[in-house]
Design a protein around this ligand. Structure first.
Ligand SMILES: [Mg+2]
Length: 367
């Protein structure tokens, strides 16, 4: 079997409401569907998401990187040589979600060739994963209402709260969410580098009574000394996300004592590098949680299939329902969170197909 083409389809799906984080505001998903075609007719799919303020990628740059560099490098190659193809394209720096999408598509294809779900090929088991709802960074009561609805509608018991708007409003938001979801629910916070190290220590100390499980990217990773100091001074585990998008970065963050957990995003590290991240974290006693790169149901299905296969990942809650902010979905097999968990699909590969009518409607390349 040979790779005959790699299709990159930019699509835009509006959100129900704007998403505000310390690093930017988003009104719609601006993603690229990646399809690896073969001479035997089988097709693997993956999703790249443009995050200019994290990776410097746009829909246009993702499509260009595939058309100019990655498709020519992979044409004619054996699509089952997944590890080898990941190395073969490793000369391309940055372009994190573009490379991740191609790697996921190759793994999806491997599933379709063998007739097996990706989780079976990776680890053999399909553990359901508890879903984390990411709450809007708005007023305290808004966040609390959103959390209450997630509990009532989907049985969700894990919440990520975005912080970095100011000590008072951050603490008020956490207090309101804890009050809304009760003592047993998991709550963690993500500052997206929005605090200085000293501010982070102050804020997390002020939040100590609300039982936070983790703090994600509290302060800029460039401030290595500040990060190490805060990791030692706060009563919660520090999780590295955008500061550890590669194995080398993760090794540095974990061994320097700046973090004790990693956010694993298959949309940026594919399955190949994500598996290496899980191994590095496991060896160093660090936790691994599935994160989301604002994934649609395509990226989420990939993340779920991956995480389910690894005990160390599946025992943690995962950010697996970002798609709830999408006004529509491209997949034929929709994901539904029930009793707070998602159950991995028994279908081959990542377990979702594409609705071609929907893709025609949302693609922005006028084809
Ligand atoms: Mg994050």
């Amino acid at each position: 079997m040979k790779i005959t083409s790699i299709e990159a389809v930019p699509f835009t799906i509006p959100y129900h409401h704007p998403i505000v984080a310390a690093s930017g505001v988003l009104n719609s998903a601006e993603h690229v569907l990646v399809r690896v075609h073969t001479d035997e007719g089988l097709v693997g799919i993956g999703e790249a998401s443009s995050r200019s303020f994290v990776y410097g990628e746009s829909q246009t740059s993702i499509v260009a990187a595939i058309q100019q560099w990655l498709e020519p490098a992979l044409l004619g190659a054996d699509p089952l040589a997944v590890e080898d193809l990941y190395e073969k394209t490793s000369w391309l720096i940055a372009n994190n979600t573009t490379r991740g999408a191609i790697d996921v598509a190759l793994h999806d294809l491997r599933g379709k060739v063998t007739g097996m779900p990706s989780w079976r090929l990776l680890g053999g088991v399909s553990t359901p994963i508890r879903v984390t709802r990411i709450l809007t960074m708005g007023e305290a009561e808004e966040a609390a209402d959103e959390a209450r609805r997630a509990v009532a509608e989907s049985g969700i018991s894990s919440f990520k709260v975005k912080v970095g708007t100011g000590l008072r409003s951050d603490v008020a938001r956490i207090a309101a969410v804890r009050e809304a979801v009760g003592d047993q629910a998991t709550i963690y916070v993500d500052a997206n580098h929005g605090w200085r190290a000293e501010e982070a220590i102050r804020a997390l100390t002020a939040m100590a009574d609300y039982g936070l499980d983790l703090v994600e990217e509290p302060s800029p990773a460039e401030d290595m000394i500040g990060r190490q100091r805060l990791a030692q001074h706060v009563p919660v585990t520090v999780m590295a996300d955008e500061s550890a998008p590669t194995v080398a970065d993760a090794a540095r963050e974990l061994t320097s004592g700046s973090a004790r957990a990693l956010s694993i995003k298959t949309t940026r590290t594919g399955f190949t590098e994500s598996a290496r991240l899980v191994a590095v974290a496991g060896a160093l006693g660090a936790r691994t949680l599935l994160g989301t790169q604002a994934d649609s149901m395509v990226g989420t299905a990939a993340s779920l299939a991956f995480g389910s296969a690894f005990r160390q990942v599946a025992c943690e809650p995962g950010e697996l329902d970002y798609f709830n902010v999408f006004t529509d979905h491209l997949v034929t097999d929709q994901l539904v969170v029930k009793e707070g968990v998602l159950i991995p699909s028994e279908l081959p590969g990542i377990g979702v197909g594409i609705d071609e009518d929907k893709l025609r409607h949302y693609r922005i390349d006028n084809r």
